[in-house]
Design a protein around this ligand. Sequence first.
Ligand code: FAD
Ligand code: UDP
Length: 389
Amino acid sequence: MEQRYDCLIVGAGMAGAVAARELAEQGGQKVLVLERRNHVGGNMYDRFDERGVLIHQYGPHIFHTNSKRVFDYLSRFTRWRLYEHQVVANIPDGEGRLEYPVPFNLVSLRTAFPPEQAEKLEEKLVAAYGREKKVTILQLRQAPDPELAALADYVYDHVFVRYTMKQWGQTPEEIDPATTARVPVFLSEDCRYFQDEYQGMPLEGYTPLFLSLLDHPNITVELNTDAGQRLRLEGEQVLLDGEAFSGTVIYTGAADELFACRYGRLPYRTLDFAFESYPVDFWQSHGTVNYTVDRDYTRITEFKYLTGQDLPGTTTIMKEYSRAYTGAAGEVPYYAVINGESNALYARYKALADRIPNFHLLGRLAEYKYYNMDAIAARALELCDSLLK
Ligand code: FAD
Ligand code: UDP
């Protein structure tokens, strides 16, 4: 039988959807996208809840990038709401609670310490590292100056150690240093969470962006379809519905699952999300509030800050609880637990995939990396550039 599709893509998240569009549009290829969930968009999926609040089902997603290519590309499929995310740490303070910006910055410093002490620390910090500079917490803890070392301990204790323990079940020293480096100490009064050139939220939401991305006559999307039901790997051969498939395959799911976890499971963290609605315009002070010292959850996000939705008298918040991923039904592997051992295990799965001609692992799960969505879009575009050369 003649092959109906030139390309098979597993997963309709950012990796799969961008790749599908590129191959369909630039390459004129017939693309089949298989998605096990009942919707497109991967973890960026959003929807309206029963109160009409636009929520992010799989955790808060704020778009930010320095890549003009990615921004221009996605701008073909959405208009943007200008939004610059701000996060505060919420910590117990005597009888009450205190909030200051995260990343910990000069404004946080002045909130946490009395004026004279804050001024002196600021002078020392700026002399040591320079104004507008970012220093990771692990670097700051190496500061030879005892007052800066004491400040580093304060920030470590009040911002990093317990949040990191909740999120990863490990201390900041035990996890990949690139992870805490995402949220450095910032010697600035800039209270934005990201400093990227392009930042915002898709005006109508992420799901419409994906529907538009995938709306092309050469693209067929099949939802509620686990690739395991349709795709089989036999040695170096790919079978689609039992027939040999010689086209390109782009797989954006977990690499261990692809091979039935034959070498053991790759470690991931999963999240439980608790949504709560309140009959108020706004429930908390910022889009995201991090509970860096107490509480079982890591952070609370209030979606209306992100989306700018004009909906008086009701709001929805979401608490995030992190735990080890076990592979049980219904669990989602959200964060790769990256370390020497897990990278080595991943390399074994990658080597298996690399033996199959025209087979590509793409995306946050398939590449076992801590990628933001813009990085995934960039990687999808680059892979398609090379495939269409
Ligand atoms: P995914 O979105 O995971 O998509 C993979 C898709 O493949 C899924 O839909 C899955 O159902 C499907 N799939 C897997 N296996 C199979 C199979 N066997 N058969 C069929 N379908 C399958 N990035 C940012 O830039 N900004 C943020 O603010 C941000 N916030 C985040 C918050 C959280 C809590 C998390 C977990 C991530 C966040 N990210 C953020 C990262 C962002 O989610 C990812 O970069 C992006 O979603 C990766 O896209 P992807 O296509 O690689 O993976
Ligand atoms: N982190 C922390 N305290 C904070 C914010 C972040 O300890 O208030 C650490 C924590 O280890 C976290 C990492 O920095 O996992 C990266 O934070 P980011 O906000 O980038 O995580 P994400 O939004 O990807 O979950």
